[in-house]
Ligand binder design. Structure first.
Ligand code: HEM
Length: 455
């Protein structure tokens, strides 16, 4: 229902069928669902999804209104299937002071000093994957990036190496694939499968926690760090378990999507690969004698061009399409009402794809960031791959670090060729190429261009 006290109209759009609304179209073809409605209705429209009357909002000013009024105009509310499968004792499905204190505790596992301890394990894992890609010769980029992200996130977030545990990888896929389901828990339903996967993953997380407690963990991890802070820290065991699961969820497909898109864009633009190689050469990270120099966080942070490349990949192909909120108080966007009690979703991808803030916005051009101050207020809501504000991504530096290490190791150790340079993209649950990105790998890196060699 609308808010009768507001004089403003509801946005255009369709509420679909009684009860199920437009959920069937959304679940069967989510990418087309969003694209069609953006074309038909523009920046703000209404729909009915997964049991909730919903308004979708596109565009920097509109998105800013949502992200800067957390706990005042809006609060957390993902669809009920997502809440059930993910659990409500973590950070993603909590609000107010509880959300804030959990965020503060988790942030400690992603501050500079913690991140620097994760680099060796990240580097070694990436390196091993690239070796197997070269051995295989031909790979499918997206599934490989999923497995790579699974391996890194399980090792570095949980401190447990599940690389060879196909049952855990499968359970995570089931968990992720059923997060958006009808809220009906009967055998065979998506929700039922998702809950089963959740319970299995929690038993594995419990094993990781026991291993940490017995001191048999050999490398630094986010969970290890969070555990070492409790019981003095602010997180209870129930919270920690759920947060570990959330980190796995939040870090896995997102990083896989970005890693795959990174390989895709570098595969399309060999001149960008050359520029990265030159930067590595200038920083003594790319010499005949030490192709595989041990990386460290400070050296990686100094690679300015590489950071622009990663930024640009996340601009053109933001892995996450947007976020869900519950409306606490009726407010307006573009002269229309967003009524109290409804769900509002803010769009990342549609905002990136429609903003006029960037010139030639469809062009992959890392140099555009030379002239733009990345953290400026101006760019903040036109470029938001990690969301922003009180619920902005906690793992963004962690994710960017993986992407940079991947780019460095790719450029130093191999060359690769896309077998289809312009694959069709899908965008849900994350951005990915529908053909899975077939790639041919060889173990000889591209030779350095003359400019670098004559330096
Ligand atoms: C390229 C990779 C990633 C992208 C694009 C991404 C994107 C996002 C976005 C858009 C949000 C905000 C969602 C909202 O507004 O509701 C978010 C939240 C979050 N992300 Fe990420 N993320 C990435 C990687 C990671 C990683 C690796 C981790 C963990 C290590 C992580 C942990 C989280 C957490 C815990 C939240 C919830 C914060 C809260 O609710 O307060 N993310 N992420």
């Amino acid at each position: 229902t609308t808010d009768q006290t507001s004089k403003l109209p509801l946005p255009p759009g369709s509420m679909g069928w009684p009860i199920i609304g437009e959920s069937l179209n959304f679940i069967s073809k989510p990418t087309a669902f969003y694209n069609d409605r953006r074309t038909k209705y523009g920046r703000v429209y209404k729909t009915h999804l997964l049991g909730q009357p919903t308004i979708r909002v596109i565009g920097a000013e509109n998105v800013q209104k949502i992200l800067t009024h957390e706990d005042e105009l809006v609060t957390h509310r993902w669809p009920s299937s997502t809440r059930t499968i993910m659990g409500e004792n973590g950070v993603i499905h909590s609000g107010g002071a509880e959300h804030n204190s959990r965020r503060i505790a988790i942030a400690k596992a992603f501050q500079h000093s913690a991140l620097s301890t994760y680099v060796p394990e990240m580097q070694e894992t990436v390196h091993n994957f690239i070796r197997t890609w070269c051995d295989k010769g031909r790979i499918l980029g997206y599934p490989e990036c999923r497995t790579l992200a699974f391996s890194i996130t399980s090792k570095v977030l949980l401190g447990c190496d599940f690389t060879q545990s196909k049952d855990v990888e499968e359970a995570l896929a089931n968990f992720e694939d059923n997060l958006f389901s009808f809220p009906v828990n009967i055998p065979g339903s998506g929700l039922h499968k998702g809950i089963k996967a959740r319970n299995f993953l929690l038993t594995k997380i419990d094993e990781c926690i026991s291993r940490h407690k017995s001191g048999s963990q050999s490398y630094p991890s986010a969970l290890g760090l969070l555990l070492s802070q409790s019981p003095q820290g602010s997180l209870s065991q129930t919270e920690l378990r759920n947060i570990a699961l959330e980190l796995l969820f939040a870090g896995h497909q997102t990083t896989a999507s970005a890693a795959c898109c990174l390989m895709m864009h570098l595969g399309k633009k060999t001149e960008v690969v050359d520029r990265i190689a030159e930067e590595l050469y200038d920083r003594h990270l790319f010499q005949e004698a030490n192709f595989n120099t041990q990386l460290n966080l400070d050296a990686i942070s100094e690679l300015r061009y590489l950071s622009q490349v990663v930024r640009e990949v996340l601009r053109i192909n933001p892995p996450v399409g947007g976020g869900f909120r519950k409306v606490l108080k009726t407010f307006d966007v573009d002269g229309m009402q967003v009524p109290k009690g409804w769900t509002v979703t803010y769009s990342i991808r549609d905002t990136h794809e429609t903003t006029n803030f960037f010139q030639q916005r469809d062009k992959f051009d890392p140099d555009r960031w030379n002239a733009i101050q990345g953290d400026s207020q101006e760019v903040k809501y036109n470029y938001l791959p990690f969301g922003a504000g009180a619920r902005g991504c906690l793992g963004k530096e962690f994710a960017k670090l993986i992407l940079k290490i991947l780019a460095i190791e790719l450029v130093r150790n191999c060359s690769w060729r896309l077998l289809n340079a312009s694959p069709e993209m899908k965008y849900l649950p994350v951005a990915y190429p529908t053909d899975n990105l077939p790639i041919e790998f060889s173990s000889a890196p591209r030779p350095l261009r003359p400019r670098a060699l004559t330096l």
